[in-house]
Design a protein around this ligand. Sequence first.
Ligand code: TMP
Length: 237
Amino acid sequence: MKKLGMIYEGKAKKVFKTDDENLFIVDYKDDATAFNGLKKGQISGKGAVNNVMANIIFQMLEKKGIPTHFVEQLSERETLVTAVKILPLEVIIRNVTAGSFSKRYGVEEGRVLARPILEFSYKNDELGDPLINDDHILALELATEEELEEVKRYSYIINDNLKEFFLEIGLKLVDFKVEFGKQMDGKIILADEISPDTCRLWDAVTNEKMDKDRFRRDLGNVEETYQEVLSRVQKKG
Ligand code: TMP
């Protein structure tokens, strides 16, 4: 597989074309940002942790019936994936209150929600990824009704499986963000990544934060925490 020109550089990953139009290569970076890029830094080893962890989780989800972009890990930081067009939606599922939800609705962090909440943001850095709802998505034609229903159905299934997976390695899944892409034939599949950058994970015993909040909030032990999460995931995966 030949790695050709870069087609996209995001805050945490680069995406390259290959000599097969149906395949891309993603290359994970150590760069870390928060607050829509206002806070910038590096988390040494993060690219490798997120690549390996996302690949283990995507393979687990495939077995549970969720189609994903994962094809094959190529190196510590690089993975061959199905070429998709990313839907301009960030899907966030919350099981426990935290982060922007706590701020927006004035609810203390750590309250177990009576049922999971699914939120959408419009993926647009210039606008700061504003919250949107189903009507916005359909009226602005960001996705069709069928695509939207599929995205929601997959997201709840992903939540159920991730909650169980993480609990078995002593981590509470507080909330997470996923992104979906459209294959050339129109099929919707899970894309992007699932990692400590995109999930809030609290130690099931101590409630210690085991995710990117350590970087966002300057809590220290950032690199060590990413390594610890990966080593638990690898033991299970
Ligand atoms: P929030 O509480 O800041 O809205 O974040 C909710 C979840 O989404 C949390 O697990 C972190 C993840 N997230 C991303 O993956 N990317 C983002 O740009 C943001 C804002 C949050």
